[in-house]
Design a protein around this ligand. Sequence first.
Ligand SMILES: *Cc1c(COP(=O)(O)O)cnc(C)c1O
Length: 486
Amino acid sequence: MNNLSRPREVVASQSDGWQPEHEAMLRQAAERAMEFRRALGSCPQKPARTFAEMRESFLSPLPEEGCDGRSVIEELAALAEPGLAAMTGPRFFGWVIGASHPVGVAADWLTSAWGQNCGSHTATPAAAASEEAAAAWLLDLLDLPRDASVGFATGATLANFTCLAAARGELLRRVGWDVEANGLFGAPPIRVIIGEEAHASVFSSLQFLGLGYERVIRIPTDAMGRMRIDEFESAMSQSDQPTIVIAQAGHINTGAFDPILRIAKIAHRGNAWVHVDGAFGLWARACPSTALLTTGIETADSWATDGHKWLQLPYDCGFAIVRNAEAHRRAMAITASYLPAVAAGERNPSHYVPELSRRARGFATWAMIRALGRRGVAQLVGHHCGIARRMAQALRQEAGIRVLNEVELNQVVVRFGSDDPADDILTSKVIARIQADGTCFAAGAQWKGLWIMRLSVTSWATGEADADRSVAAIIGAWRAVQADGA
Ligand SMILES: *Cc1c(COP(=O)(O)O)cnc(C)c1O
């Protein structure tokens, strides 16, 4: 142990309250954080160390004695930084994840410092009110029914879960079954219809809800991964059981949208509940040049989307939006004698998500939307779609590189070599080279039986120069892979 360990002082500061050294520690953390972010544009877009190496650095016996906060923060930063990915960097195109804008980060710092348990509005009027305000802005930006209810969840996985819980409860209530009170044992069956290429996390929501991920009806998809409407219509007509239909706005690979207007029309004729997983794609609605892709989405019954993807909020933040606010609340509300009751028209943050105690997500959401405004959000979405088209266009110029999707949003599906599955190895090799090179980051996926490289443009920091530099690196990697094989 070094001479900085002063276990007794931790105890003393707890009784004495706020200490000057707390401020020094917080400033130091802020400095370290800013150094990290400042360097992101020029550092390799990949972690310097592997998971095995990071375990080696982190795993150590439980310390018997504590030590002072400044040393802990210094030690943590020194330990962690070599194993951090440049996920918020300008040339990071992996998965679909957003890049925590500095405004969101700053608001989140305040949120942590304020330390509000945002379960109830009587306990923390500001946290609850900021959520209500941010919720109203969201409905306006996304042009969804203004009286829909909004729950602030950890991300789209839990937002999907929350919406589907509301769907399950409401459909069963209509046939005289109270699932919130009595569970699913003995309940009338619910049918779930979902596109074959729905996001994996939606199937986990079904798993958590007792609806099962195997007993669903999976609708075949077209070349872009959209649900085929003929197949959907025929599945719908097969039974008049209570039905949940899950559509997708923004396919994880292609960015494509299910034909939601037509799906909803057919589904509603059969009294089904239509849920939309729009983790990133729902934001297309906030931009005039892409809004057309989302036509009819407003006719659905519930929508899940993320704050930490396209809106650039820090983790973790997603939104569960439900047209039938009562169904939403019945599915999620927790009541107990010691929890303050709400008057009619009042909103407790905990009534719309599974958690009781949680971070006050309304502050960062409010701040991010306040900073961007309607026009800023539209520009961000439009800019990313433009960058995606630019990258696709440039990649297509190179012999042997193909873009497999219609680039109508921010996603580009790239294949190296032919469609012969034996050529999968070429795409894997390019991805491995790209990741080792570190100029940009891109990852692979299996899609329609082929290994592909997926580029997802979702960082506020990505400019045209970043796109061009990344394309050059990808083409360079492809040429090197070919030279290796020759
Ligand atoms: C990312 C994503 C999810 C899951 O969202 P999390 O925020 O990771 O929980 C669900 N659906 C789609 C289409 C996604 O892109």
